[in-house]
Ligand binder design. Structure first.
Ligand SMILES: Nc1ncnc2c1ncn2[C@@H]1O[C@H](COP(=O)(O)OP(=O)(O)O)[C@@H](O)[C@H]1O
Ligand SMILES: [Mg+2]
Length: 547
């Protein structure tokens, strides 16, 4: 996609979130128009009062009325500013919530390979920080900026009616300050980027250190770790200092310019008054205008920064939303299925590092399959493919001779009970029961027990245990074995590197280098006296030597 075209679609995407709130945004816009015009009317009124006094045209009564009018305008500015920031902030928060919900909803349904490429930290940042960056943009920058622009145009228009050369003087001063602000902006951005980078580094370092605190202690690396931390901490300090210096020059310089230009305008305006081209009231109003112009300029650099990060943030978010969700069909998994087949399946996670090579397998309903193979031989990959987490590059996976991709993945995953070797215990996400025990620390084995229990409680048709018993003691493993005995009629796929769970009727598959090299029952494979019998003998010897 071309850059400008992409920007356009990002913008449309952002606007689509604002659409439901268009009446509120319109209201905020009107409130803003009122604030802008009231702000302009205040100096204009003051000008009239002063000029009337100077020209001795005013009665006490009219001075009183004018003062009331100014008071009314000031109160109006106060009320409408509140209304408009109230509306904006509420809508902004609502829009953010919707964007956050929609991005996360999308992320949850993304295919597995998206998560292989992106780190958890990055996705987290997208869903939280990036959305917040957008919020600041909506509420603090966008409408505020429009208001400032309107006020500035109004001021220039009114001033031109008072005195054109003075207006030019002010425009000249203002433009030079804007130029300065923009030059500065570059430096500010560099400083900000550096600061953010050092904070990110510091955070991830602390994170890793605390997670691995026991390793640090075991390897006696605490001191070394602290030295590295000190270095990062100092980098952060230096970046903060740089930011401080940058601001220490920027803000005071603008303040100085503000006073300086006040002096310049009094000097030039005074001469214009004497030569009759300007009234005293007009000079006073212009001094007011000057103040009103300086505030937005002062904020310009900040706002530009917010704009920048909002643009970057929306691009990041948009990129995530653009990633296609998992694709699947409509067919519901048949509970009385006959067979699951892998037919000449080739699969690689990346490029042509084939994990499965021309892999064939047939599992019939009611089969008990035991899959053996060394670490990294592709056992888990087979399960990943079966559950539709990844698509094979070549070949097909068929359920009752219908390609897997025609099935609704939800119905497949619902009918498969899967316990993976690294199934974590979701304290919060999976069940409510555990919410109260978040703080209870569980050992890996304990976690596995509760996982296994929970997963076994759901109704299912195929059970898959992927090295699920590796952290269990022999008693619990025995329980699982008994359990499997009880559900013999169901289809089961067992992956194990210990042979404790083997039963006579199991169909044993030996996976090697992405291919099945041996299949058969225990007795047959033993008499074949090849790979399986080697594994079996080794296991026996190993456990005997332990007893
Ligand atoms: N998400 C992934 N991205 C890239 N490569 C992977 C991924 N998961 C596994 N692999 C690679 O695929 C191969 C098979 O892995 P796996 O199926 O997990 O083996 P097993 O379960 O038999 O130990 C390994 O070489 C592993 O490094
Ligand atoms: Mg595995």
């Amino acid at each position: 996609m071309r850059k400008s075209q992409k920007d356009k679609s990002i913008l449309l995407w952002l606007i689509s979130f604002a659409k439901p709130f268009k009446i509120w945004i319109l209201l905020a816009f009107f409130a803003m128009l009122i604030v802008a015009s009231f702000e302009l009317l205040i100096p204009i009124n003051i000008k009239q009062v002063i000029d009337n006094i100077v020209e001795s045209k005013s009665s006490l009564n009219s001075i009183k009325n004018h003062s009331y009018y100014v008071l009314f305008l000031i109160i109006g500015v106060f009320i409408f500013s509140s209304i408009f920031s109230y509306i904006l902030n509420i809508t902004g928060q609502k829009i953010m919530r919707n964007i956050r919900d929609s991005v996360f909803d999308h992320v949850l349904l993304l295919p597995q390979n998206f998560f292989d490429k992106q780190s958890v930290g990055r996705i987290t940042t997208r869903v939280t920080n990036d959305v917040n960056a957008l919020n600041e943009f909506y509420t603090n920058v966008l409408v505020q900026f429009l208001k400032d622009i309107l006020v500035i145009f109004g001021i220039v228009y009114v001033m031109f009616n008072y005195n054109s050369s003075l207006t030019f003087l002010m425009i000249f001063i203002t433009i030079s300050i804007i130029c300065f602000a923009f030059l500065y902006r570059k430096r500010l951005r560099r400083v900000y980027t550096k600061l953010r980078l050092t904070i990110a580094k510091l955070n991830s370092f602390i994170n890793e250190s605390i997670r691995g605190i026991n390793l640090l202690k075991i390897y006696n690396k605490s001191d070394q770790n602290f030295t590295r931390f000190e270095k990062l901490s100092n980098e952060n300090f230096a970046a903060n200092m740089e930011q401080m210096y940058t601001f220490a020059i920027f803000r005071p310089f603008i303040e100085f310019m503000s006073v300086f230009s006040t002096a310049a305008i009094i000097w030039y305006g005074g001469r214009e008054i004497i030569s009759g081209n300007l009234s005293v009231g007009e000079l006073l109003a212009i001094l007011f205008f000057l103040r009103m112009i300086f505030r937005p300029i002062l904020d310009l650099a900040d706002k530009y920064n917010i704009l920048q990060s909002a643009l970057a943030a929306s691009e990041n978010l948009y990129e995530i939303v653009q990633v296609n969700r998992e694709e699947y069909g409509e067919k519901i998994f048949p509970s009385d299925f006959k067979s699951i087949k892998f037919k000449n399946v080739w699969f690689s996670y990346k490029d042509d590092n084939w994990v499965l090579k021309d892999f064939n397998l047939e599992i019939k309903k009611g089969d008990s399959v035991l899959l053996l193979g060394s670490t990294g031989s592709g056992k888990t990959t087979i399960i990943n493919l079966l559950l539709g987490f990844y698509q094979p590059q070549k070949g097909e996976i068929l359920i009752d001779d219908i390609p897997l991709k025609n099935y609704n993945f939800f119905s497949i995953r619902k009918n498969f009970s899967v316990i993976m070797q690294d199934t974590p215990l979701f304290n919060i996400v999976l069940d409510d029961e555990n919410i109260n025990s978040i703080s209870s620390v569980k050992s890996v084995g304990e976690k596995q027990v509760s996982n296994v229990k929970r997963i076994l409680e759901k109704p299912f048709h195929v059970i898959i245990l992927d090295e699920a018993t590796s952290n269990l003691d022999l008693d619990l493993e025995k329980d699982i074995k008994d359990y499997l005995e009880n559900i013999k009629s169901k289809t089961s796929i067992l992956i194990a590197h210990r042979l404790n769970l083997i039963r006579d009727e199991d169909k044993i598959l030996i996976l090697h280098n992405g291919r099945l090299i041996e299949t058969g029952k225990h007795i047959d494979l033993i008499s074949l006296d090849k790979e399986y019998s080697k594994i079996f003998k080794f296991n026996e010897e190993f456990f005997q030597s332990k007893l």
